[in-house]
Write a protein that binds this ligand. Sequence first.
Ligand code: PLP
Length: 364
Amino acid sequence: MKFNSSLKDIKIYEAGKPIELVVREFGIDPKAVVKLASNENPKGCSPKVAKAISQNAHKAYLYPDDSFYELKDALSKRFSVESSNIIIGAGSDQVLEFISRALLSSNDTVLMSKVTFAMYEIYAKQMEAKIIRTSSYQHRVNEFIEAYNKHNPKIIYLCTPNNPTGDGITKEDVFKIIDAVGSDTLVVIDGAYMEYASAKDKAYEITPNDILDRENIIYLGTFSKAYGLGGMRIGYGIANSKLIKELYKIRPPFNITTLSLIGAIEACKDKEFVRESIELHQREIKRYEEFAKEMGFSYIDSYTNFITYLFPYNLNSTTISDALFKEGVIIRNLASYGMNAIRVTVGTGEQNSRFFEVFRKVAN
Ligand SMILES: *Cc1c(COP(=O)(O)O)cnc(C)c1O
């Protein structure tokens, strides 16, 4: 069978390893496995959300309200935008797919950072678009503007804060890039970790209503990280309503589930849960910074719910990751991004203590 030629050089997305795999491979008690690999919220989800989902479980047979009226209403209040500015996706991942399919074809170019979220490339390649990357793993304004001028990309991805490196771009710098770009280029601001960045430093906060007056910018957010709903698959895009209308042409009906919708609506009401999650994170990430200093390696100052450790030559990220894995501690090795580094989701106090303990053991 002959598959679409665009699939030829797509590498299948490698998701964080699931707990079940460690249990199967090494016979470790599932309760003893510490998963710090997928940037999930270590507090879980809001108990109010869990309750709403279980109380409504019998509605599984119903299609969701396809207008997503109540969820859009909650988001429009949270961000001071109109419902017509919002599109809901099965994770913001799905909104990325809509964007790619709405804009790209085989003669187009997409610009992104050297090291960034893998799905930008995968969706672009599906549309046979060409990928251009800046030369630093951090988002540097000048590199983006130079590359824009040289390649005239159809889409520019600004992942701020960036996964898997954790660094962010200030609002001032984001706008320097936006101002340098013509109206035929879409700028995607992926704010999957924005709740953490804005809690750390307001200079890094991008809010969707900053960008609505322009037709070539979209902001993406998700319930998967600070809201603790990764397993429910809900994300959103916020943009000028003209752009949203075009993306709606790609969206399949009922693209999130009835129970995801109920969970997300409830999650919007529980602001306290998000606040507590961020407080826990801010306390615990300090321990990771101290641990790095103690062990003598560096880290990237993080604006996200994870930290990226940069190893010296005498520590190999693959060796360390494999050894941690055998002990039931799952983290993300960044060797496939060309970095001798690991990405660790900041967990609960107990999970983090376990990480430090096992790391000390395997790094010796
Ligand atoms: C987690 C993440 C997303 C989207 O996650 P969904 O679960 O699909 O909403 C998007 N971008 C980045 C950079 C992420 O880390």
